[in-house]
Design a protein around this ligand. Structure first.
Ligand SMILES: Nc1nc2c(ncn2[C@@H]2O[C@H](COP(=O)(O)OP(=O)(O)O)[C@@H](O)[C@H]2O)c(=O)[nH]1
Ligand SMILES: [Mg+2]
Length: 423
């Protein structure tokens, strides 16, 4: 039997997920157009399913529905439900109304006085919905019932302590603006971002730009490579940190920068602002090639950028190889775990929940295993991707990642003489 395809599109599903506090998932139990428009059939399909959500589809993309945390098998009963609510989506606007009870009657389910799914006396083959706003009976194009599964993923206390107010954000911002490399020989600390295409390297760089500009600057920093100097404001002084973006390391089946190019960059042979090119290997004939690099030319920290949704074994081999190589060269490594809003909708709603989300914690641990790096040098970040406004917690995670990068870069300078001696 072919699986029943839900009518819910991704965008609407995301909106509906936001109606719930915890980390939940929907599983389709009933679809009117397939199972027949009958309230008793809905009852049968939802027996013992726990929390259920009814979603009714009307004309003009209007959606109305209700959710109850229990399902009473007895007809003609009103049952108390402190967690029940009904909702509507009209012109993409989601509206949620909490209620205290749900009533079932023969061929009728009412979410208090706000929303009622029922059979019409005159038309027996369809289901109707009546809501306070719509005022009259409306025939449903379709009705779906979902089981709402709670992963119980929010921990009681965070596994890493971070403070989320604007004062902390500003302190972090200032400390990064005022950062200076520990040695007088170096004016700028260079950090190399590596990771597969789509992981979020360019987005991280433009997100850093947004945080320091004080507004979302979704510059299209796509392309092969870029280096970015942090500035305190759009016209301001540059600080001492340069982020270099390299494309496509670690996914062998995608065109990317060659291992040799990465090594050349890490060792300091590549001139600042160089545009990496997958079809042209860097060598002594490259324009601006630095043949005898000093400490100022070297990469002081490598930041792996890893998509939390794709922490997989697939590119383990390639990445492990690079980690080993960087270790040998004495370059500290950290990892930034991106797309965390897409693995946990509680985090999507509120980024400050990141360290109480078990799911994100699992991904950080998995990324540690993948890269053979300790969990202490892996931080989750959420890049600005489609939002128009800055968010304090999102800023804090980005700044926290920069802070981690700089602490590890300082280790590079501290240990530099030792590594130079053994190479
Ligand atoms: N939701 C979400 N989208 C992201 C995040 N980071 C990157 N993206 C999106 O993922 C896509 C690939 O990102 P990009 O920065 O170009 O990846 P790159 O190839 O590593 O430079 C873009 O559409 C970004 O908007 C994130 O943390 N959350
Ligand atoms: Mg990119």
């Amino acid at each position: 039997m072919s699986p029943v395809i839900p009518r819910l599109d991704k965008h609407t599903e995301k909106q509906l997920l936001s109606l719930f506090e915890g980390h939940v998932k929907f599983s389709l139990l009933y679809k009117g157009s397939l199972h027949g428009f009958s309230v008793s059939e809905i009852g049968r399909k939802s027996i013992n399913q726990g929390c259920i959500m009814m979603v009714g589809y009307l004309e003009d993309d209007v959606i109305v529905g209700g959710c109850t945390s229990q399902w009473l098998r007895v007809q003609y009963a009103t049952f108390k439900d402190e967690k029940a609510f009904y909702f509507s989506i009209e012109q993409s606007e989601l509206d949620r109304t909490p209620i205290k009870s749900v009533t079932t009657k023969y061929e009728e389910i009412s979410f208090e006085n706000g929303l009622k799914f029922h059979r019409s006396k005159t038309n027996n083959s369809k289901l109707f919905v009546t809501t306070v706003d719509l005022e009259e009976e409306n025939v449903l194009k379709d009705l779906e019932v979902y089981r709402v599964e709670d992963f119980g993923d929010l921990l009681d206390s965070p596994w890493r302590e971070l403070y989320w107010d604007e004062e902390i954000r500003d302190q972090l911002k200032n400390s990064i603006i005022n950062y200076k490399p520990p040695l007088n020989l170096v004016s700028k600390t260079k950090v190399l971002l590596v990771g597969p295409v789509g992981a979020g390297k360019s987005s991280f760089i433009s997100s850093v730009g947004s945080v320091f500009h004080g507004c979302v600057a979704l510059k299209a920093m796509v392309g092969t490579a870029a280096s970015y100097n942090i500035k305190a404001s759009q016209a301001g002084e540059q600080n001492s940190l340069v982020l270099c973006d390299m494309m496509g390391l670690g996914e062998e089946d995608l065109p990317g920068v060659k291992v040799n190019d990465v090594l050349q960059a890490v060792k300091g042979h590549v001139p600042e602002g160089y545009k990496f090119n997958s079809s042209e290997a860097i060598g002594s004939d490259t324009r601006g090639y630095i043949s005898t690099p000093g400490i100022a030319n070297k990469i002081a920290c490598v930041a792996f950028v890893v998509d939390a949704r794709k922490v997989s074994i697939r590119w383990t081999g390639a990445l492990r190889f690079h980690v080993a190589l960087f270790l040998f060269l004495g370059v500290p490594q950290v990892a930034l775990l991106t797309h965390i809003d897409e693995v946990c909708h509680a985090v999507d709603k509120d980024v400050s929940r990141v360290y109480v989300c078990r799911h994100v914690q699992d991904k950080v641990t998995a990324a540690g295993n993948l890269l053979s790096l300790p969990v202490s040098c892996i931080v989750p970040v959420r890049n600005y991707s489609s939002e128009l406004e800055l968010d304090c917690s999102t800023d804090i995670l980005i700044l926290n990642a920069l802070d981690l990068i700089l602490r590890y870069a300082d280790l590079f300078y501290e240990d530099y003489d030792f590594f130079k001696a053994i190479q």
